[in-house]
Design a protein around this ligand. Structure first.
Ligand code: 5GP
Ligand code: MG
Ligand code: MG
Length: 185
């Protein structure tokens, strides 16, 4: 346990955010996902493909809960401007690992419209992996623009902008210990 205070609201740039999910609540869902991944990937030497930047804290905590040998690599994509999805998926950088015949788990902070994830899934599937699944800390089911099957979901949330626990608002807020939600939108 830590002795840091829990701020019930924060202001980032021009906007105010309210405490939404505490670190403890997030860790409970992360432990559950870690247990499922451990059971599902035992002795399959999975490779986790972590999507930077937003997933860095989630991935660090999740992977400590995966209790079977695994590999980890990182990619970078960006499609978000401020608090609105641009709908444009930028280049996927750093997917250099050979994923052919590997059991791949993509690790994301949040799936919103799903455009980023479907572009990433397309790129990964081109490498003909043995299997590919997605683990996301957060899912906004009502924002999905195309059907995506996401096996490992930490928390389903409503369609409202969140920040903290790795997620940013225009570059700030990634370091916040808890997850905060935009107060008005
Ligand atoms: P999508 O392509 O699914 O619309 O959005 C994917 C990316 O947009 C996420 O990986 C994340 O980086 C960013 N994003 C989507 N929703 C939110 C949100 O509520 N808060 C923050 N900080 N980023 C978000
Ligand atoms: Mg992300
Ligand atoms: Mg962002």
């Amino acid at each position: 346990t830590n002795t840091c205070s829990v701020e019930s609201s924060v202001t980032i740039h021009d906007k105010s955010f309210r405490l939404f999910l505490s670190e403890d609540e997030l860790q409970q869902s992360i432990a559950r996902l870690g247990q499922q991944l451990t059971d599902d990937y035992r002795d399959r030497n999975p490779i986790f493909v972590v999507v930077l930047n937003g997933a860095f804290i989630f991935a660090a905590d999740l992977l400590k809960c995966v209790e079977t040998p695994c590999e980890v690599t990182f990619v970078k994509v960006a499609s978000y401007q401020a608090t609105q999805s641009t709908g444009e998926v930028e280049e996927i950088l750093g997917l250099e690992e050979d994923l052919h015949n590997r059991h791949v788990v993509i690790v994301e902070d949040i799936v919103d419209t799903g455009l980023t994830m479907s572009a990433l899934l397309d790129s990964v599937r081109e490498m003909r992996p043995a299997s590919v699944e997605v683990a996301t800390l957060l899912l906004k089911p009502k924002a999905l623009k195309r059907p995506l099957s996401i096996r490992y979901v930490g928390n389903e949330i409503e369609n409202r902008f969140v920040v903290g626990f790795g997620l940013d608002y225009d570059g700030l807020g990634r370091n916040l210990r808890h997850l905060y939600q935009l107060s008005t939108q």
